[in-house]
Design a protein around this ligand. Structure first.
Ligand code: NOJ
Length: 532
């Protein structure tokens, strides 16, 4: 295969606090990840993306970075990181870090200096503005975590802007010194050997220069959360962000071999498809993969999914490589959204669509959202607007590895509760159950690896009727058909004429597919891959 690894490969997101505790403090860490590399290699993924591991007060669990060039002692040391990188690479697993350039922690020395006086050379590294005429915030921008996005600083008599928590002041990316410092951060990690970055809230980096009020959101309803009171028209997705994304890409490419893009950049961008596409880069290359989160919110119906896929494919710029995500540390898990039976079908969809898939840890166990009682809630997103179900703790609970105490995750009580079904839903147990979703993931990843048509082949829709979504993937002479039953009733699919006599590669329900002449009979919640 000649495609770069990040096109043919599969990415696996690790939320490091919850993957494996290596030092007995109830929280995951780098040594823990190192202990589970064989598991990851066995699963058959190609790269891990680790959510932030830098020194942090952990107000937003690492997305508040106090030092971009070190490892938080709770996760380990730089030496632990280097060792993890070496051991991962030895197994053919690439390592992506989470780069959080939009904001730092308020404890970062840059911000400490910036807020120390209006004359401080770092004052302009953050976004400071005078109060409005009435003494209130400079404009109506709302934090993504609710409330005004402006925090008053009594000592220097100005407000500073924070798109998230007040402990996460936004950096001023219009300042060339900030740009230079952040590009150096990227080089620091590239020089250490990391294979790329997932870039946090990339579309937020630049704000409209004069900070106009955002327009009210006519569709706002309190249940949506405070951030939706206004549309983020002026606070995000400004044209000048693209020069920055292009610069980041140039840095990444300078490490790749012969422009093959061996180091990958993935942008976290929640925007409608047409806007998202700009982040591939129009004048200069930008992100290799602007994250495509559409499956997370998709209506689970064949027609709706087919339209979504077709619209996305059609919108891709020439040479733009697609990607798909089913879940992450901010959104409800796929099993919670669609149930256990359809979580298996969703896995087949994710791993057979055209484009790089990103898996979220423990989705391969069919882990669902874990209910977290109020007194155990940790996520500031949930705590600031309680009662709306916005907290992200339920999707960040510890991985369940085996039947030993604390599911093999830790030797002590974990920082968040385990899923209550862990005695059955754990890796060791599921590895011995041929019907487990974990073994289905193993099989899907193996079939994908063995068939270039799945990894890099063309895509064509075959059917999207009622509950049946079917498509083919083709590469050279290899032709595969994927047929998914998105519902609980039997379905029939007329196979294309050339597909008669086709061979079954995999069924999500583990039985041999039922094919009568040229009709495929899909059982309830069944997905199949056929080789034509
Ligand atoms: C997006 C991250 O995915 C989320 O977890 C975090 O809270 C915000 N960015 C702020 O960094």
């Amino acid at each position: 295969m000649t495609a770069p690894w990040w096109q043919s490969g599969v990415i696996y997101q690790i939320y490091p606090r919850s993957f494996q505790d290596g030092n007995g403090d109830g929280m995951g860490d780098l040594r823990g990840i190192g202990q589970r590399l064989d598991y990851l290699a066995g699963l058959g993924i190609d790269a891990i993306w680790i959510s932030p591991i830098y020194p942090s007060p952990m107000v937003d669990f690492g997305y508040d970075v106090a030092d971009y060039r070190d490892i938080d002692p709770r996760f380990g040391t730089l030496a632990d990181f280097d060792a993890l990188l070496t051991h991962a690479h030895a197994r053919g697993i690439r390592v992506l870090l989470d780069f959080v350039p939009n904001h730092s922690s308020d404890r970062h020395p840059w911000f400490v200096e910036s807020r120390s006086s209006r004359e401080n050379p770092k004052r302009d590294w953050y976004l400071w503005r005078d109060a409005a005429a009435d003494g209130g915030p400079p404009n109506n921008w709302v934090s993504d975590f609710g409330g005004s996005a402006w925090e008053w600083d009594e000592a220097t008599g100005q407000y500073y802007y924070h798109a998230f928590l007040k402990e996460q002041p936004d950096l001023n990316w219009r300042n060339p010194a900030v740009q230079a410092a952040m590009y150096d951060v990227m080089r620091f990690w590239f020089d250490r050997g990391v294979d790329g970055f997932r870039i946090d809230v990339l579309w937020h980096l630049i704000k409209a220069e004069v900070f106009p009020d955002n327009p009210p959101n006519a569709a706002y309803h309190p249940a949506l959360g405070d951030m939706h009171r206004v549309l983020q028209l002026h606070s995000t997705d400004q044209p000048e962000v693209h020069a920055i994304a292009a610069e980041m890409r140039a840095i990444a490419d300078s490490y790749g071999s012969a422009g093959r893009g061996e180091r990958v950049l993935i942008g976290e961008i929640y925007l409608p498809v047409d806007r998202l596409m700009h982040y591939y880069g129009r004048e200069r290359p930008e992100m290799h993969l602007p994250f495509n989160f559409q499956l997370i919110e998709a209506v689970w119906e064949a027609r709706a999914l087919a339209t979504l896929i077709a619209t996305y494919e059609a919108a891709l710029p020439p040479g733009g490589w697609p990607n798909w995500v089913l879940g992450n540390h901010d959104r409800p898990r796929v099993a919670a959204r669609h149930g256990q039976a359809q979580a298996r079908v969703a896995a087949m969809l994710l791993l057979t669509l055209r484009g790089t898939p990103t898996l979220y840890y423990a989705d391969e166990l069919g882990m669902s959202d874990v209910p977290i009682p109020l007194e155990q809630m940790r996520d500031p997103r949930g705590l600031r607007e309680p009662g709306l179900g916005l907290g992200r703790d339920p999707v960040r609970t510890p991985m369940s590895w085996d039947g030993s105490a604390h599911a093999g995750f830790s030797t002590v009580e974990p920082w968040l509760p385990l899923n209550s079904d862990w005695p059955a839903r754990n890796v060791a147990r599921m590895m011995t159950d041929p019907a487990s979703i974990l073994l289905l993931y193993h099989q899907l990843l193996a079939v994908r690896r063995a068939h270039p048509a799945l990894a890099i082949g063309d895509f064509a829709l075959l059917a999207s009727d009622g509950d049946v979504l079917a498509y083919e993937r083709r590469e050279g002479a290899q032709r595969l058909i994927v047929a998914l039953n998105l519902g609980g009733r039997r379905q029939r699919l007329q196979l294309p004429r050339e597909a008669t006599g086709c061979r079954s590669l995999l069924s999500t329900i583990g039985a041999a597919p039922l094919i009568e002449n040229d009709v495929l009979l899909l059982r309830a919640d069944e997905g199949v891959i056929l080789a034509a």
